[in-house]
Design a protein around this ligand. Structure first.
Ligand code: G4P
Ligand code: NA
Ligand code: NA
Length: 194
């Protein structure tokens, strides 16, 4: 997605060889117009699918996910990272291992918000090693709902998540694919390499 790539080039910062900072428009301050256009692009790419609900993970996945839900007029459900006081019974959980933090955390969704007829579009801001996305897939499939596809705003294509999810047979659509962050330079995977 040209406009997103341009925004990343202009406002993104390669903090290290592996971490891209995009807190101007995605991870802290949010650019709603860009998020709306991101959602339109997801919808175009998943035109072939029926979608009954959007599933994401708090917190940075929520902005793009809500925009998709708004356009499709379907609910948006976000997995929680912390156990809620009011939400204790009937939780579906899955473990997420973080390579950077070297720790395992649980994410959860209330079972009542998912049904076997649901066709779920998973949306998230980043795809790195894929652990968070795999946990979301696991939760959806634990209730026998269907994963219609996975929409990612920024994929770090030099990490393993994208290949892993693709190899499992899911339709994965990443709107910007980062090839490298070496030498503080943000390099994208070119269209021909897709
Ligand atoms: P890891 O295994 O490589 O550690 O990655 P993990 O999937 O555990 O991601 C940890 C957090 O870091 C996630 O956000 C993820 O979206 C984010 N993340 C991963 N790579 C990058 C990157 O290059 N740049 C930015 N900005 N974020 C990245 P989170 O902790 O769930 O936070 P939230 O922002 O969703 O609240
Ligand atoms: Na995220
Ligand atoms: Na994040």
């Amino acid at each position: 997605m040209e406009k997103l790539q341009q925004k990343i080039t202009e406002e993104g910062v390669a903090l290290s060889d592996t971490v891209l900072k995009v807190d101007n428009f995605l991870n802290h301050q949010i650019d709603p117009t860009l998020m709306y256009e991101v959602a339109q692009e997801f919808i175009k790419r998943f035109e072939n699918k029926t979608i009954t609900k959007i599933v994401t993970l708090e917190s940075s996945g929520i902005a793009p996910a809500v925009m998709v839900g708004l356009i499709l007029n379907v609910p948006v459900l976000f997995a929680r990272k912390k156990k809620s006081l009011t939400l204790t019974d009937g939780l579906i959980t899955s473990k997420v291992y973080s390579f950077t933090k070297q720790e395992t955390n649980e994410i959860s969704i209330a079972e009542k918000f998912l049904s076997t007829d649901d066709q779920i579009l998973i949306v998230d801001d980043f795809l790195a090693n894929g652990q968070a996305t795999l946990a979301l897939i696991d939760i959806v499939e634990k209730v026998n709902a269907t994963v219609a596809g996975i929409g990612i705003v920024i994929e770090k294509a030099f990490q393993d998540g994208g290949k892993m999810i693709h190899d499992k047979g899911y339709q994965l659509e990443s709107l910007a694919r980062i090839k490298s962050l070496k030498n503080k330079t943000i390099e994208f995977v070119s269209e021909e390499e897709f």
